[in-house]
Write a protein that binds this ligand. Sequence first.
Ligand SMILES: NC(=O)c1ccc[n+]([C@@H]2O[C@H](COP(=O)([O-])OP(=O)(O)OC[C@H]3O[C@@H](n4cnc5c(N)ncnc54)[C@H](OP(=O)(O)O)[C@@H]3O)[C@@H](O)[C@H]2O)c1
Length: 349
Amino acid sequence: MIRYLFYLVLFLCSFALTACSSHDQTEPKTPADTQPEQTQTSNHTEQTENQTDPNNSNTENTPSEDLESAPQKDNMKYAIQDVELNSGYRMPVLGLGTWTLSDDEAEDCVYFAIKTGYRLIDTAQYYGNEKGVGKGIKRAIDDGIIKREDVFVTSKIMPGNYSSPDDSIDESAKKLGLDYIDLMLIHQSGSHDEQVYQALAKAVKRGIVRSIGISNYYTSSEFERMKNAADIVPAVVQNENHIYYQNTELKSYLKQYNTVVESWYPLGGRGHTKDQFQNETIVRIADKYHKTAPQIILRYQIQSGYIAIPGSSNHEHIAENYDIFDFELTGNEMQEILNLDKGIRYENW
Ligand SMILES: NC(=O)c1ccc[n+]([C@@H]2O[C@H](COP(=O)([O-])OP(=O)(O)OC[C@H]3O[C@@H](n4cnc5c(N)ncnc54)[C@H](OP(=O)(O)O)[C@@H]3O)[C@@H](O)[C@H]2O)c1
């Protein structure tokens, strides 16, 4: 009888164990398991095509799958936050543009942007707000948010300042309240632009500027003319650049010099943003990632290798434009946006 009871207990225990382990196997483990089959298949395809993270061995939880269900807010995995220039200095790939901002607005927005995480600020002598930009940076330094070396500051000089370009560059640094300017560009072409570019090269030797470049030069021959004017190759070409005008040929040409294209009007500029934000390809991709149209456009910019400096005087927009480091566009999506290029500029300078 005792022996019979012993076998009965043994049988019951083994039955209970089997039931537990089969329950483990049927429980869904990953978000992917809970998604419709078709979505999973297309995501896997996109992930294979994209292949931007060869070191990622975590196949259970692929980026595309995460994004399809819910964007991961604090994931900095896709961050491409700075690039090395041909000058040897590193430049952030996303910054704040300050054109049309008054001194007061510039101070406020630059301070807010730095607090948000921005480390690149774009200004110019022509904008008349170098003092405001400098004040915003100083406030951020005084408040212990950054040190001087944490922020990358760009200004620009006009070719018309050819008669005393050294003084003009020094004046910019003084207005900005900085010992050195990270990047100084010649603002546009003009009859004495080569002389001014030579002064920029001299400013690097004088230690007042670290990297130099050119702005509003759209062809390889214009680039070569400026490059040959001095013994420093431009580190950056800052041009009108957005989904409808992508400087594709110039960008490929500049690769041999490690020169980066920086986009002004990355969102189309004042008066043209709707044209860009309502583009149906952009809207569809934005819906997929639960992002806004400007965020998709800016993500495209940095993922393509451009540096983007969206301008804004609105804190919400400034924060929104910086929130693009938690997702990645697929190869197909990058190609779709590349195909939007019509070779059409809004401006003619
Ligand atoms: N080298 C050159 O010749 C040159 C020429 C032009 C510009 N730039 C530089 O490039 C920067 C960028 O160009 P940009 O400022 O003229 O044009 P942009 O960045 O393409 O567009 C600025 C416009 O977009 C709006 N905006 C920004 N973020 C937004 C968002 N998240 N949602 C909705 N609207 C948004 C801004 O309005 P809110 O203020 O309301 O946000 C503003 O009207 C300039 O600020 C300047 O630093 C250089």
